[in-house]
Design a protein around this ligand. Structure first.
Ligand code: ADP
Ligand code: MG
Length: 560
């Protein structure tokens, strides 16, 4: 069965507006099947996995059937836990964004009962609650059931497992006989069937039947990532893999617009595709994607359905798909015609359950990997850049630039320095793109890493080396000696200032001690090295800057 569009469901204009505002592009399979049947007034048993949109399946018909002019309690939704009751209320609140005269109240244990009683007195038409607290109010007569016409048992199997069976039966017995009853359950145990027989009236079973689908043989990987870090994770993965064409799938139109905007802000060539676009606009986006003027397409499942591009290198599931079948459709965008492709899925904490459902359904393995660290990115970028430099040298046609470099050379500046400075400018700039995001995306639930916003200059220590130009020392020699003797990666060594008799070298704080200990007494260019932390000296009179250093070994070269 094709999924329905919400526009096809005869919803009131306010509900439709709210659903569209939530960014839902079309109904999920369970919604497409359940909503019309529930709206026709029948009892329903719905069976589908978590994350498939069951709340709206019973929520939309619920809000459509409430008579806003009647202040009596008309609908009761029972959920197993306080968390679920809150989640369902949240979804109802969104569905009611453009409706002002329907009052919904969540009721659960742990909340002061007086406050609930006061709220109930105002006239609540929908209660979303846990069975225990609901019973409590029934006994106190603070909830009256005479006008109830719609009851939902959400996650019914879960409620039975938690021992709410008696409460549920008591509640159901109190409701008027002519009510409509809707039950959702992930499983159909005998206990559930029993409850159904007792309390549901010729229910229709709504179950999402799936076709067998073949999953392409491609690399499928998932990353455990917090919602707020998804964009950063996305960018790192794109940078590391540098795919030519990428599709990013997310679940709502709003998310599509959001991601596109943020990617553009970070300098990627991206555009979005969703159902709000007119045919002409879609065609233009696809045209750009095909001819390579955008490399990243962000899309909802619906919007991507019509498109036909088959050399996608990487498919991202930015959100875990709403339906297991979508997963197969999504990743089927890559690895076509025998090409290699990759599918990356972001999974936030508990969503691992949804992922397991997908693996079971699609009979496929999705493997956990760690996200690339900033170091990985830096290495990749450096390698890429070095490759580019080599290619450019090979290409030739450099005369104009060689002249420029020659003009820069003098006693103090060697060609090596110029090259190093250019590299530094280029690579530093690239890496700093990441500077204001959390560094360690793989850290489990830690608060913001203490390494946030590192300013490289603040993490460097200036070292004094008692050899300079007179000893024919060049930056290369320093880097080579330091790296060789102490293992500090050459690219982490900062600015090197070579004077006649001595040299200042900036090194990362965490390597400083190793370098001093490792180098002391060693030779560079035949000169026995004396090395220590440079001492800062405030020069008050001329107050030039804090770049004035003075070492007690300053004079050593002259004394030698
Ligand atoms: P379930 O109860 O089946 O576990 P939920 O009702 O909690 O699933 O829905 C899971 C998520 O999917 C929610 O964030 C919800 O807003 C979203 N959602 C529901 N229906 C749609 C839809 N048609 N399109 C996009 N997102 C949807
Ligand atoms: Mg649910």
């Amino acid at each position: 069965m094709e999924n329905l569009r919400f526009e096809e469901m005869n919803l009131s204009s306010n509900t439709l507006k709210a659903v569209l505002d939530m960014g839902f592009e079309e109904a999920t399979p369970i919604q497409s099947q359940a909503i019309p049947i529930i709206m026709s007034g029948k009892d329903v048993i719905g069976q589908s996995q978590t994350g498939t949109g069951k709340t709206a399946s019973f929520g939309i018909p619920c809000l459509e059937m409430i008579n806003p002019k009647d202040r009596h309690l008309q609908a009761v939704i029972l959920c197993p836990t306080r968390e679920l009751a809150i989640q369902v209320s949240e979804e109802f609140r969104k569905l009611l964004k453009f409706t002002s005269n329907i009052m919904v109240l969540p009721i659960y244990g742990g909340q002061p009962i007086d406050r609930q009683i006061m709220a109930l007195k105002k006239g609540v038409q929908v209660i979303i609650g846990t069975p225990g607290r609901f019973m409590d109010h029934m006994r106190r007569r603070t909830i009256k059931m005479d006008a109830v016409k719609y009851v939902v048992l959400d996650e019914a199997d879960e409620m039975l497992d938690m021992g709410f069976r008696e409460d549920i039966e008591t509640i159901l017995k109190e409701t008027p006989a002519g009510r409509q009853t809707v039950m959702f359950s992930a499983t159909m145990s005998p206990a559930i069937m029993d409850l159904t027989k007792k309390f549901l009236n010729q229910p229709e079973l709504v179950k999402v039947n799936r076709k067998e689908l073949t999953v392409p043989q491609i690399e499928q990987i998932y990353f455990d990532v917090k919602e707020k870090n998804k964009l950063e994770a996305l960018c790192r993965l794109i940078d590391i893999h540098s795919p030519k064409l990428t599709i990013i799938f997310c679940n709502t139109k709003r998310k599509v617009d959001d991601i596109v905007e943020q990617l553009l802000g970070r300098g990627y060539f991206a555009d979005g595709l969703h159902g709000d676009l007119k045919q002409g606009q879609r065609d233009r986006v696809m045209q750009k994607f095909r001819n390579g003027s955008i490399e990243i397409l962000v899309a909802t499942d619906v919007a991507a359905r019509g498109i036909d591009v088959d050399d996608i290198d990487v498919v991202f599931n930015y959100d875990i798909p709403q339906d297991e079948e979508y997963y197969v459709h999504r990743i089927g965008r890559t690895g076509r015609a025998g090409r290699s492709g990759k599918a990356f899925t972001f999974c936030t904490g508990k969503e691992i359950y949804k992922l397991r459902d997908i693996m079971r359904y699609a009979k496929t393995k999705i493997i956990l990997q760690k996200l690339p660290t900033l170091n990985d990115i830096e290495t990749t970028k450096t390698n890429l850049f070095v490759e580019k430099v080599k290619a450019t040298i090979e290409e030739g046609n450099l005369n104009k630039y060689i002249d420029l470099v020659e003009n820069m050379l003098n006693d103090d500046v060697a060609a090596m320095d110029v090259a190093a400075a250019l590299l530094k400018l280029q690579l530093n700039e690239k890496v700093s793109d990441y500077s204001d995001s959390e560094n360690d995306l793989n850290a489990p639930n830690k608060f913001v890493s203490s390494k946030k916003n590192i300013d490289p200059s603040k993490e460097m220590v200036r070292l004094f080396v008692n050899a300079g130009k007179k000893n024919q020392i060049r930056a290369k020699d320093i880097v080579g000696a330091f790296a060789g003797e102490t293992g500090v990666p050459g690219k982490l060594i900062g600015s090197i200032e070579i004077y006649d008799d001595y040299t200042y070298v900036d090194v990362p704080y965490e390597y400083a001690k190793d370098i001093i200990e490792g180098m002391e007494g060693n030779k560079i260019k035949g000169k026995k090295i004396n090395i220590e932390k440079a001492k800062k000296v405030k020069v008050k009179k001329y107050g030039s800057s804090d770049k004035n250093y003075k070492n007690n070994t300053d004079k050593k070269p002259e004394e030698n």
